[in-house]
Design a protein around this ligand. Structure first.
Ligand code: NAP
Length: 248
């Protein structure tokens, strides 16, 4: 079966690494992004130059209208969806919970939770045998923060990933007999731009001593776990989690 995969937040970091690897493994990929068209084009161009198939589509996953447009465009340009990597996610300045206002909480939960739910919804509508689909797989990109809580940094972000873990368990059971597998990866400290959003671009250098392996991870190390979960190698695996954390 032809593999068609949407990667939300595929322009940079873990999403970009997953896009490259998926393309190498024969997936036609849709690289979704929010604003950084240049980064998205770079990923798409590199995939095309290596003989793969890729398109980029700007869409804010927190917007229902834009998510609908994203999936409708994929239907038209790439064909029948077979996989979703629910990867887009944000965090904000490191602060304590008592200083978080509603606007910030809405932004974090809208992107990290509602965005993942809306994209999962559109993927299920297309892949479920209940709706005439041929099946598929979803991998949610959660975080080790869901079990560690991120005290003093971003409890809101950690809680949003807790919601993703619960969605992974519930949705996996909901669609298990409709030929859709739903799993999650929980990365630890990975070298990407996301830490700059928290106000500490070099955060990993500070925290890596708390990792049993004593180092941060690379985006490709997370991408490999994601692509394994999407593959037929993981055919009896659903509602599961792979921690990619160097032991933390
Ligand atoms: P990143 O380098 O900051 O990249 C974020 C990506 O998400 C970009 O492609 C960005 O698009 C896109 N994005 C942001 N908001 C979006 C929205 N509303 N709609 C669509 N796309 C949006 O992040 P990362 O570190 O690779 O993180 C990827 C995922 O891994 C996130 O869910 C994050 O929570 C999770 N994670 C990361 C780490 C880590 O240490 N890095 C650890 C645990 C979990 P633009 O390029 O257009 O801005």
């Amino acid at each position: 079966m032809k593999k068609v995969t949407v990667i939300t937040g595929g322009s940079r970091g873990i999403g970009a690494a997953a896009a490259y690897l998926a393309a190498q493994q024969g997936h036609a990929v849709c690289v979704n992004y929010l604003h950084n068209q240049e980064a998205a084009n770079k990923v798409v161009d590199a995939i095309k130059q290596s003989g793969g198939k890729a398109i980029s589509i700007a869409a804010d996953v927190a917007s229902e209208t834009e998510v609908l447009n994203l999936f409708n465009t994929v239907d038209k340009k790439l064909g029948k969806l077979t996989a979703l990597i629910n990867n887009a996610g944000i965090l904000e300045q490191q602060i304590r919970l008592e200083n978080m206002d509603a606007a910030r909480l809405n932004r974090i939960f809208a992107t990290n939770i509602i965005g993942a739910f809306l994209c999962a919804r559109e993927a299920v509508k297309r892949m479920s045998t209940k709706h005439g689909g041929a099946g598929g797989a979803i991998v949610n990109v959660s975080s080790a923060a869901s079990r560690l809580g991120s005290p003093g940094e971003y409890v809101d972000y950690a809680a949003s990933k807790g919601a993703i873990d619960t969605m992974t368990i519930g949705l996996a059971k909901e669609v298990a007999d409709e030929k859709i597998r739903v799993n999650a990866v929980r990365p630890g400290f990975i070298y990407t731009d996301i830490h700059a959003s928290g106000g500490e671009p070099n955060r990993i250098e500070r925290v890596k001593e708390f990792v049993p392996m004593k180092r941060g991870g690379q985006a490709i190390e997370v991408a490999k776990a994601i692509l394994w979960l999407l593959s037929d190698e993981a055919s009896y695996t659903t509602g599961s989690f792979i921690d990619v954390t160097g032991g933390k």
